[in-house]
Design a binder for this molecule. Structure first.
Ligand SMILES: Nc1ncnc2c1ncn2[C@@H]1O[C@H](COP(=O)(O)OP(=O)(O)OP(=O)(O)O)[C@@H](O)[C@H]1O
Length: 857
């Protein structure tokens, strides 16, 4: 029996399933708990009771398992008995919620919305309301988000082989949609975006259920990755009509044409469904999304998930850390917005020379003008995350410190604009004027709020003097009250003759007069004793109580007025969200580009020339990550020349041989990374480079068993190779590091040969094929567009020196046996291996010739 999506059902625990209980017999509080729970049966409900947020019934069991907390129980009602309960202290909510959401549990927080003492005095249950709904894709709290990474919520609509995909980051407002064909393509797009949550329309009954990463389900369409969270949503909100209406009314437009969505109905349906989810989960926060924009996956270089992984673009293959990735090596951005922009660029390299050159021009300008670059970067250091701060202001969750930080950042913009005006390139020009409204807004915030406001918004101390006349009057009255209290102390000391008499205040008893117990016999008759402590007695007087009522209600009014003034200001900031975000985008771009300029200067990169042709000509190229790890002087640069325009010499496919650890993989990846960097507009680690644009970069690098899908090393390798042969074009770059090693030598060699031949003759993709099969060197004598290269080593009597130099020519021998000797294999084994090799070589001379008589189909 399925009970709830919230995990590990355990019906051995009595009363874990609330549905089996007679709700009327539950205590009033638990009846309310169940009412709220029934609205969100698939979320974990955290319910405020005193100083704790508690879960009851099955949720309590789940919570205790997931957070390793003690499972306790509570009286559920006279005829019910004890029911399971687990809780977390209220102040620890922010610590625990992210853990739960990360594990794929949606969380609903039901908090007390009034002072419990008031309800207690009136002998009724304290009022509680849902204050937060947290799901992985709809987080907005900074503490739960990674500053330099987007947090995407996605929605998918499938119609046979076609699909629509919408995604949004509700903390920054980005909102995009697209439509295309082929599930494999959708798989790739999702892997690029790495959404925290994907919404899927379904007609199944358990709407709202969330599939956690790795969880299996028959309802997840085949071909979609199971490494994400999926939330099942009603199909109704994904219908074209409802989705269209929702989008038109949200963005207050008459047609979808302006968003470029009129011809992508599946994209519209996905976007509408996504918007409904945001509205549903963010009732408390008015989320400001930017106008929906459509895009085409064909506008960007395609880098499938495998290749992104193999080239270690955003994380390393071995331990999946950021350190050691390309992004880490070239990210010198100084703002969170710039960091996110660079990550987006690197995952979406461009396909048009014009767009690439616009970025290059700006980098070039900043490379040349050190002073301008330094000043801009100095300025950027002082700019906070405007995109997210303004989002918080718009949704009403920003506090006063957030607004101060926003104002300080906005105040930097005119200076940044003035610096940008010294430049001529497109991205600098885009920043030259900062809308005057933003400057005024910064001034206003600074004039309104005190310099160092408290975190709390309802306890006063936020607004400066002189902002509001009423507030100033109330403050001077409060001041008078303070003076009255001080004078009361003096008066009473004189009257009683007790020199250490004090006037004090606490939340429970209000104002009191405190007297040391040793002096208690001198207390006047009009004092009423209120509380006895170890060393002191506390009293009140009629006069003090009367004054207290006035002071407290005045203070409440004062705090309320401050809060209202703050909310007004925050709303004003929220109204400028769109403007602030458009400037933020320009700032993010300048940050990304000045960071790339910085790394280009420090690491000695060059500006590549991009062409519409096919050539890949790199002089003295370096691997951007390895050279930083080894240190520049220790890295041996190598050149590359593929598909030169001069047809006679043109090489499409390079067979690269060389002993183990000589540097084949490093060279292969270096070429891929240089091409990728060039297509995001970056300068590249080389002396010079002329690069024809690539439509795709494919890599096939030493596979590991894919235990999760039960595929062998060899099958993984063959799948990846099939993908390359089926999708590669003459404008693709193909990097193959060993093919056919996972099977018998002759099988492997035969497949490797056939693949290389097909790539060189049919696809004519620019290819580097690293291999230990030097038999493949034969191909170069048969095909004009194949060339042999080797990574050289120097053989010494007792060791091999790796020169890491790539030079023309095939390796005439392999060093496997030599490596075995150096590793300490017994002499007799080495000698025997040499004998066997001589025998094999004599009997296996390859004379394959060219493919004949087999048609492509
Ligand atoms: N151009 C270079 N300059 C300096 N060091 C290099 C260079 N290329 C590679 N290396 C160093 O050599 C090591 C081995 O390189 P790599 O893994 O590319 O070898 P390989 O030929 O692919 O080996 P195998 O055939 O065993 O896979 C790298 O970790 C790197 O430190």
């Amino acid at each position: 029996m399925s009970y709830s999506a919230t995990g590990s059902e355990d019906f051995n625990i009595p009363n874990a399933d609330y549905r089996e209980l007679d709700h009327k017999k539950l205590t009033p509080m638990l009846q309310h708990y169940v009412q709220v729970k029934e609205q969100y049966p698939h979320a974990l409900l955290l319910y405020r009771v005193g100083d704790f947020f508690e879960c009851f019934f099955q949720d309590a069991v789940t919570l205790s398992v997931q957070l390793e907390l003690a499972l306790t129980s509570r009286d559920g009602g006279k005829e019910i008995g004890r029911v399971p309960m687990t809780g977390v202290p209220h102040h620890a909510l922010e610590r625990y919620c992210p853990q739960l959401v990360e594990k794929g549990y949606p969380v609903v927080v039901c908090d007390q919305t009034e002072d419990a003492a008031v309800a207690q005095a009136e002998k009724r249950m304290v009022t509680r309301e849902i204050t937060k709904i947290l799901t992985p894709g709809t987080l907005t709290d900074e503490s739960m988000l990674s500053a330099r990474q987007n947090n995407f919520l996605a929605a998918v609509v499938l119609a046979k082989d076609y699909w629509g995909l919408a995604y949004a980051d509700i903390s920054t407002g980005e909102f995009f949609t697209t439509q295309a064909r082929g599930l494999e393509h959708l798989h790739q797009e999702l892997m690029r975006l790495q959404p925290s949550e994907i919404l899927m329309p379904t007609d199944a009954p358990d709407l709202g259920k969330m599939l956690r990463p790795g969880e299996k389900s028959d309802r997840l369409p085949e071909g979609l990755p199971d490494c994400f969270c999926y939330s099942w949503r009603s199909q109704v909100v994904f219908s074209l009509q409802e989705a269209t209406d929702r989008l038109l009314s949200k963005f207050k437009v008459r047609s979808l044409e302006g968003m470029g969505c009129d011809r992508i109905p599946l994209g519209v349906r996905a976007a509408g469904g996504l918007l409904e989810y945001v509205e549903e989960t963010q009732k408390q926060n008015a989320v400001t999304l930017q106008l929906l924009r459509s895009y085409s996956t064909q506008d960007f270089l395609i880098l499938d998930h495998q290749s992104r992984r193999n080239l270690e673009i955003t994380e390393t293959v071995r331990d999946r850390t950021f350190n050691g990735s390309l992004l880490c090596a070239i990210d010198r951005t100084l703002t969170a917005m710039g960091g996110r922009a660079l990550r987006r660029w690197i995952l979406q390299p461009l396909l048009k020379v014009k767009g690439i050159e616009a970025r290059q021009d700006t980098i070039a300008e900043l490379v040349q003008d050190t002073e301008l670059r330094d000043s801009i970067r100095q300025n950027l250091r002082q700019i906070a995350d405007l995109e997210r701060l303004t989002g918080k202001a718009g949704s009403g969750s920003a506090n006063a410190k957030d607004l101060i930080s926003l104002a300080a950042s906005l105040a930097q913009l005119p200076h940044l604009a003035q610096l940008a005006s010294q430049g001529r390139s497109p991205f600098l020009r885009a920043l030259q004027t900062v809308p005057p409204e933003l400057e005024q807004l910064a001034h206003k915030i600074k004039a309104y709020l005190v310099e160092n406001p408290p975190q709390q918004l309802k306890e006063g101390g936020l607004i400066q003097a002189g902002v509001n006349g009423d507030l100033d009057d109330m403050r001077s009255e409060a001041q008078e009250d303070q003076e009255w209290l001080a004078s009361l102390e003096t008066r009473e000391r004189e009257r009683t003759g007790i020199s250490n008499l004090k006037v004090g205040y606490n939340k429970t008893f209000g104002y009191y007069i405190s007297i040391a117990r040793s002096k208690a016999d001198r207390v006047p008759e009009d004092y009423t004793r209120k509380q006895t402590l170890v060393n002191e007695e506390r009293y009140i007087t009629q006069e003090l109580k009367e004054r207290e009522a006035r002071i407290l209600s005045a203070r409440e009014d004062l705090n309320q007025l401050e809060y209202e003034l703050f909310v007004q200001l925050r709303t004003e900031v929220g109204e400028q969200t769109e403007l602030i975000r458009s400037v933020s985008r320009a700032v993010a771009a300048i940050d990304g580009l000045s960071g790339l300029a910085q790394v280009a200067v420090v690491q000695g990169y060059c500006r590549p020339t991009l062409t519409e042709g096919r050539e890949i000509i790199i002089r003295e190229g370096r691997h951007p990550v390895v050279e930083q790890t080894l240190g520049r002087p220790f890295f041996v640069p190598n050149s590359t020349s593929l598909a030169k325009n001069d047809k006679k010499e043109s090489t499409d496919l390079v067979i690269l041989t060389g002993p183990n650890a000589s540097g084949k993989s490093c060279y292969l990846r270096q070429v891929g990374l240089i091409q990728l960097m060039a297509q995001i507009g970056s300068f590249v680690p080389a002396t010079s480079a002329t690069l024809g644009l690539c439509d795709r970069i494919f890599t096939r690098v030493g596979a590991v068993d894919d235990l999760a899908t039960g595929q062998s090393t060899f099958m993984v390798e063959m799948n990846e190779t099939a993908n390359i042969l089926n999708h590669g074009t003459s404008h693709s770059l193909v990097l193959l590091d060993e093919i056919g090693r996972g099977t018998a030598t002759f099988d492997g060699l035969s497949i490797a040969w056939a693949v290389a031949e097909y790539l060189a003759t049919e696809i004519k993709a620019r290819t580097i094929f690293a291999t230990h099969y030097h038999e493949l060197n034969e191909l170069a004598s048969i095909l004009d567009n194949v060339a042999n290269y080797q990574v050289t080593v120097k053989e010494m009597p007792d060791k091999i020196i790796f020169l890491h130099q790539v030079q023309p020519g095939g390796a005439d021998k392999s060093y496997g046996i030599e490596a075995g000797r150096l590793a300490g294999l017994p002499k007799v084994v080495i000698e025997r291996a040499k004998q066997v090799m001589t025998q094999i070589e004599q009997h296996s001379k390859i004379a394959v010739g060219l493919r004949q008589g087999i048609s492509k189909s």
